[in-house]
Design a protein around this ligand. Structure first.
Ligand SMILES: Nc1ccn([C@@H]2O[C@H](COP(=O)(O)OP(=O)(O)OP(=O)(O)O)[C@@H](O)[C@H]2O)c(=O)n1
Ligand SMILES: C[C@](O)(CO)[C@H](O)COP(=O)(O)O
Length: 231
């Protein structure tokens, strides 16, 4: 199976975590969130290298963590932008052209290797793919506090990362999006913007994005559960 490079955006501010710091440095099981995420790709034999996108004022702290935890696959530390989209674009521009690229949130530490490999296979044959899970709740359209419609959830998926692409295609799509002022919260939307198809790879519900304080509680529970399963 084809090897890949992963761009990991970790240059956010963690505002919704309300911790007064970038949530990437918050520990679960005594290990920083960012390290949990990086270890997944450090240990994945298909991962050729990591392009890590960081806040410039956190660059030294991140470099220290990489050394302390022996993360060796980070080939480039790249300066992030104001929005996630810009951070990812900077990472794409910094890496060697060609091949398969994955984009994965630094705030998603629980992605499973088998799902990553299925995603890489899908992108290799179909061009672009994203991990997602079926929506479990009933979803309603609301305006000014009043329900306007209930959306048929049989066709709704909650999109996660990683998302996988042909590097040259995603780079060009980001360039067009920047020129035309198209803004998106994920990279699959950027590929949709240029009219290319995106496919779904079904993931699992443990691949949460650590976003608000309760997600740390959920994350600690996932880690504890996995430790029990490993015996
Ligand atoms: N300008 C930005 C914004 C976000 N991210 C990264 O994109 C991922 C997903 O973003 P999110 O969960 O929203 O993180 P934050 O932007 O830090 O959170 P918030 O919106 O609560 O500030 C995170 O790993 C975050 O560090 C980034 O690299 N650059
Ligand atoms: C990319 C993503 O994780 C897919 O669900 C999500 O769009 C990131 O959104 P955020 O607001 O930047 O956390």
């Amino acid at each position: 199976m084809e090897k890949y490079t992963v761009v990991i955006p970790a240059a956010g501010q963690g505002k919704r975590m309300n911790a007064g710091m970038n949530k990437q440095f918050i520990c679960m099981d005594h290990i920083p969130l960012l390290i949990h995420t990086l270890r997944v790709f450090e240990e994945d034999l298909l991962c050729r290298s990591i392009v890590l996108v960081v806040n410039p004022d956190e660059r030294n702290a991140v470099a220290e963590l990489l050394q302390d935890y022996n993360i060796r696959k980070v080939g480039k530390l790249v300066r992030g932008g104001k929005e996630r989209q810009q951070s990812v674009y900077e990472g794409l521009k910094a890496m060697e052209e060609g091949g398969i690229v994955l984009v994965h949130d630094g705030a998603r530490p629980f992605i499973d290797h088998s799902i990553i490999h299925k995603l890489v296979r899908t992108a290799g044959t179909k061009g672009a793919a994203t991990v997602a899970t079926r929506v479990k709740d009933t979803i309603k359209q609301v305006e000014a506090g009043q329900v306007k419609a209930t959306v048929d959830r049989s066709c709704l998926w909650a999109v996660q990362t990683p998302q996988a692409f042909r590097h040259t295609e995603l780079l060009e799509a980001h360039r067009k999006a920047e020129i035309e002022g198209f803004e998106a919260t994920d990279d699959a939307s950027i590929i949709e913007f240029v009219g290319a198809p995106v496919y779904i790879v079904e993931g699992d519900y443990e691949n949460i994005k650590i976003t608000t304080p309760e997600d740390i509680v959920f994350g600690e529970a996932i880690i504890s559960n996995r430790k029990e399963e490993q015996g």
